[in-house]
Ligand binder design. Structure first.
Ligand code: MN
Length: 203
């Protein structure tokens, strides 16, 4: 069961982070981080909070809003859930950064080498047309699955438990990488906090 994100006095808050805005450099610059977290994500939070009164979903967990809302409200709630999972899975860059724990064992069992898993994940992100997200999720039996989700979609809408994600909206990388989305995806592996991802797998 995923942890639920509850509103406080009827409102969702911009997530706070356990690292400084420049902590992810040079993989994600402080400039990109500032726009992405402080502007794009904040806009989704403000839009959802403005849409909640009278919607019938006031006071519900963010995950429940994603499963029940439609239209613009679903888009904003989905983007908040997606970005909360995205920004909370990072830490300062580390060379030879590899998965830990039970998740590492399952990746080996299903994909063979970690490099084979990475290649498949990056290919899914690089070939997603337009805006969206690439995800590693677990199904109800703990089996791992890589999916492409368009726009604001989240794997919980397919009954999957999201573990790891890369944002392939241009706002996630354009200031630092311009059109080179695959280079951005290849660099992100240096900043994945595998302890966080493994904890999500074991929840
Ligand atoms: Mn984004």
């Amino acid at each position: 069961m995923m942890k639920q994100t509850m509103p406080i006095e009827g409102k969702f808050e911009l997530m706070s982070l356990p690292y400084a805005p420049e902590a992810l450099e040079p993989v994600i610059s402080a400039n990109t981080f500032g726009f992405h977290h402080g502007k794009h994500l904040l806009t989704y939070v403000n839009n959802l909070n403005a849409a909640l009164p009278g919607s019938g979903l006031e006071g519900k967990a963010l995950e429940e809003v994603v499963l029940k809302a439609q239209g613009g409200m679903l888009n904003n709630a989905g983007q908040i859930l997606n970005h909360n999972l995205y920004f909370s899975q990072f830490r300062a860059p580390m060379a030879d950064n590899v998965p830990t724990g039970r998740l590492a064992d399952e990746i080996k069992r299903q994909f063979g080498l970690f490099g084979a898993f990475k290649d498949e994940f990056v290919k899914a992100g690089a070939t997603l047309f337009g805006s969206g997200w690439v995800w590693l999720s677990a199904d109800k039996d703990g089996k791992l699955v890589i999916t492409q989700e368009p726009n604001a979609a989240n794997p919980i809408q397919r009954g999957l438990r999201p573990l790891l994600t890369m944002d392939v909206w241009e706002h996630a990388y354009y200031l630092d990488y311009q059109n080179r989305r695959p280079d951005h995806l290849a660099a992100l592996w240096q900043i994945i906090d595998w302890d966080v991802v493994d904890a999500r797998y074991q929840e």
